[in-house]
Design a protein around this ligand. Structure first.
Ligand code: HEM
Length: 299
């Protein structure tokens, strides 16, 4: 049976590219220390001033990492950002037909872009994920050009907006809960737990979907077999049956088993990468700007 693109990423190269991204993240940390604006973003303030954490900090970081991972030339990063913004609106609850139509047009542009980039990688392979997928494709005829483009697009889409949301949400949560920020400063070893609690509290991806393989009785309704079901992850992560005092933001919560990355065979492929990005970016931000405060409380 032919493997699809995500299986190839999952089985063949995921461990390697996560490792490579780690190198990228370490470099990013160095760039933060040096105030390297070209890499961090033009709007990075020197010492004081306003900073849009999502757009001027988290986005350049996640875009750089995903672009480097895929082997997208740095000068095309702006395109990825533009496309990402259109596509992400199409998975929002408030989507309309017009938004869908725009997203379809954008998808065609992205497919054409990645098809051309794949051709370029075929001629001049690099040490990046797209080159590896092209190689796997050429080797065993396992991925069609369309599958190749769809895989690259999926990684791009899945890989940056969600992580931007995580970094932005976690920053805001810490500013809203100064006791938790003080605790984190006192005990930096709580960083990983803080990221998990932020994922639970304000889940960056609010929903996923599944088809029922059989009729399911849930409460007083029965969902028939073959039905598309929207799963509200953000709501599940505030279920009082699963989390004591779910409305409390507590970075010492014992091993929270949240659903922010989904569950089962479609569990998020980029979870380790997202966790690492957030674990570096959030403490680095508070270290660089010890007196950071929020201009607005809204998400
Ligand atoms: C905070 C950041 C992220 C969150 C909250 C997130 C969340 C999710 C969720 C909820 C799913 C669906 C899981 C399910 O239905 O069971 C998913 C799937 C996926 N994610 Fe992520 N994600 C994040 C970052 C990333 C990154 C950085 C990448 C790649 C670089 C990535 C790649 C994927 C892929 C490829 C899938 C589809 C997996 C499949 O269908 O088998 N994600 N993610």
């Amino acid at each position: 049976m032919p493997e699809d693109g995500l299986s190839l990423v999952q089985h063949g190269v995921s461990a390697r590219w996560i490792g490579e991204c780690q190198v990228g993240l370490c470099q990013f940390q160095e760039c933060l220390d040096r105030d390297d604006r070209q890499r961090i973003g033009e709007k990075w303030p020197q010492a004081r001033g306003a900073l849009d954490v999502a757009h001027n900090y988290a986005l350049p970081l996640t875009l750089t990492i995903i672009a480097e991972m895929l082997g997208v030339p740095p000068e095309d990063k702006g395109l990825l950002d533009k496309w990402g913004k259109v596509l992400v609106r199409a998975v929002d609850f408030k989507r309309t037909t017009a938004i869908y139509e725009q997203a379809i047009g954008t998808s065609m542009e992205i497919f054409a872009y990645f098809a051309a980039l794949s051709e370029a990688k075929r001629a001049h392979p690099g040490d990046d994920l797209l080159s590896q997928l092209v190689h796997a494709h050429d080797d065993g005829q396992r991925l069609s050009d369309m599958e190749l483009a769809i895989t690259a697009t999926t990684l791009l889409m899945a890989g940056h907006d969600t992580t931007v949301n995580l970094i932005g949400n976690a920053t805001l949560l810490l500013l809203q809960h100064p006791d938790q920020l003080a605790l984190l400063r006192e005990r930096p070893a709580l960083t990983a737990a803080m990221v998990e609690e932020a994922l639970r509290y304000h889940s960056p991806a609010q929903n996923t979907s599944r088809y029922t393989t059989e009729a399911i009785a849930l409460g007083c309704v029965t969902i028939p077999q073959g039905q598309l079901v929207n799963v509200a992850l953000g709501s599940a992560n505030h279920d009082p049956a699963a989390f004591a005092e779910p409305e409390r933001f507590d970075i010492t919560r014992a091993v929270p088993r949240h659903l922010a990355f989904g569950m089962g065979m479609h569990y998020c492929l980029g979870a380790p990468l997202a966790r690492q990005e957030a674990s570096i970016a959030i403490p680095a931000l508070f270290a660089r700007f010890p007196h950071l405060r929020a201009e607005s409380w809204t998400i």
